[in-house]
Write a new protein. Structure first.
Length: 514
């Protein structure tokens, strides 16, 4: 009787459904295995050889609108399908491609750089090393902070983040807003539009200041000089933009015409970034390269290859020693700008990388992809730490909160006693050390906020705020746009801006807390 009962429990009479599910799972696993083997295929990199190989296996040598990178991907796909049909472990490749692959593995090749690049790398090393030492020293100090204070800071900061609400929306341009960026003093917002314009706005009032019209095609990226609106002269370079006309332009705040135009890219320029020193600019382009430019001479210092498809995003580490690039080949790379070598390969996304951001801690990187996820990478262990299922559609932008752009402001600290004691303190000598100690503690608490959370923008029309220590969702902010193309956090922790496909940008701020 017990045997009959057992048989009855395992035989649900749905054999055909179970078999269908098993076959579907097997098909999925077989496809994953095929893709895994396809990644190790040795195929030619020369486009003429790719066409010849396609002709050999009876495939069209080119399709309408197909680019060289797409053609190579098609060859890989066809060869992997042939291999899967044969059931062989060895991939059918031609001898020339095998020899080419072996040569690449056996020896490295170097392209001789200019003397200007050599000098720039020396300066970059001299700039980054003291900053790295200062950052490590600060992290050691923070590691000794009492657990109670850390918990108090997190509670206060996350309470403010969860209180973010929509202040309003402003029509930014005639075409979609590709990127929004706050100035270092958090008083100006720069917007780059597909109309080719860069506009400056007063915030939070959202009144226009100036329109910078210099590009003839859609602007893909804007970035502020690290000292713009702080110590940088209005007549000097304060802003950089890149656009679909393949140009990078440097702007002052005193003129609506560019100070200089950096030419060299062969295709659309997407994201751009200022080096923390303010002396160099990086630009990512659809010509499969990113380039490093000297701001003072407006000359190209470095043309960096390494991606098999278009490069979309580029970002500098806060120390100034590293730069990260993300491409439509779903690969991210971290480069040491002092030597030109690859420090880490970010291989894990299955769709294009549209956004990349260094954490202020210096060793973690966040990447946003067309596979709707955010991956957190650790350069110390050289692997991905966490994968966040962030949005329902493309993750278009990621920004960590940084508090290092502006001086400490007591109203943002987690220590309310510091402000109160400064106001009530009289001239009695014994009370001065106590007030100074409270001020120092409040300043340390404020700067501890840097990197504690980050924002992401998605094509699902949402902006999301995340904890940067346990990667949990803190707040979801709906926008009035179908696609959110960019997001940024002001360095005074008071504002968040998003740019959308429907030509608007939105402002968000924490509601008054009790």
């Amino acid at each position: 009787m017990s045997e009959l009962t057992f048989e009855t429990l395992i035989d649900d009479g749905n054999y055909q459904g179970s078999e269908r599910a098993r076959l579907e799972n097997k098909a999925l696993l077989d496809e994953l295995e095929r893709k895994k083997k396809a990644r190790s295929l040795a195929v030619p990199t020369d486009d003429n050889k790719v066409k010849a190989r396609l002709r050999e296996i009876g495939e069209p040598i080119t399709l309408f609108g197909e680019r060289a990178a797409d053609r190579r991907d098609r060859l890989i796909y066809v060869l992997s399908q042939i291999n899967a049909a044969r059931g062989d472990d060895a991939m059918p490749v031609d001898e020339e491609s095998s020899e080419e692959s072996e040569d690449e593995q056996e020896e490295e090749f170097y392209t001789e750089g200019s003397l200007e690049l050599l000098e720039a790398r020396r300066r970059l090393a001299e700039f980054s090393l003291p900053r790295a030492q200062k950052r490590v020293a600060q992290q050691r100090t923070d590691s000794k902070m009492p657990l109670g204070r850390i918990i108090d800071i997190r509670k206060k900061v996350f309470a403010e983040v969860k209180a973010f609400a929509n202040l309003g929306s402003q029509i930014g341009d005639e075409r979609p807003i590709a990127q929004v960026r706050f100035s270092p003093n958090s008083k100006i917002l720069a917007t780059g539009s597909w109309s080719g314009n860069v506009k400056l706005w007063n915030v939070p009032a959202c009144t226009p200041i100036k329109t910078l019209s210099g590009h003839s095609d859609r602007v893909g990226g804007v970035a502020w000089h690290p000292e713009a609106t702080l110590t940088q002269s209005e007549n000097a370079v304060n802003l950089v933009s890149g656009a679909g006309d393949a140009n990078v332009q440097l702007w002052s705040l005193s003129s609506d015409q560019p100070l200089s135009t950096l030419k060299g890219h062969q295709d659309r320029v997407c994201r751009v970034a200022f080096h923390p020193s303010g002396n160099y600019v990086a630009s990512a382009s659809f010509d499969t390269t990113w380039r490093l430019w000297d701001v003072n001479t407006a000359q190209e210092l470095l043309l960096q290859e390494g991606h098999s498809k278009e490069v979309y995003s580029v970002e500098f580490q806060n120390d100034g020693a590293l730069v990260a690039s993300g491409g439509l080949d779903a690969i991210g790379r971290v480069w040491d700008v002092r030597t030109g070598r690859t420090a880490m390969v970010l291989d894990g996304h299955v769709q294009a990388i549209y956004s990349i951001a260094f954490s202020p801690n210096g060793y973690q990187i966040a990447t946003g992809s067309g596979d709707d996820t955010i991956r957190i990478w650790d350069m110390r262990s050289l692997k991905a730490l966490y994968t966040i299922p962030a949005h329902l559609s493309n993750v278009a932008d990621i920004r960590f909160f940084r508090s290092d752009h502006i001086p400490f402001h007591p109203s943002l600290s987690s220590s309310s006693s510091a402000k109160k004691e400064d106001a009530d303190m009289d001239t009695d000598t014994p009370e001065k050390p106590s007030a100074a100690a409270n001020q120092e503690q409040a300043e340390q608490d404020y700067h501890y906020r840097s990197g504690l959370y980050f924002a992401s923008a998605g094509y699902d029309g949402l902006v999301k705020l995340w904890s940067a220590d346990d990667w949990q969702l803190l707040r979801t902010l709906p926008t009035d746009g179908g696609k959110v193309m960019s997001v940024d956090l002001s360095s005074d922790a008071k504002l968040l801006a998003s740019g959308t496909y429907n030509r608007n940008f939105q402002m968000f701020a924490p509601e008054d807390l009790p």
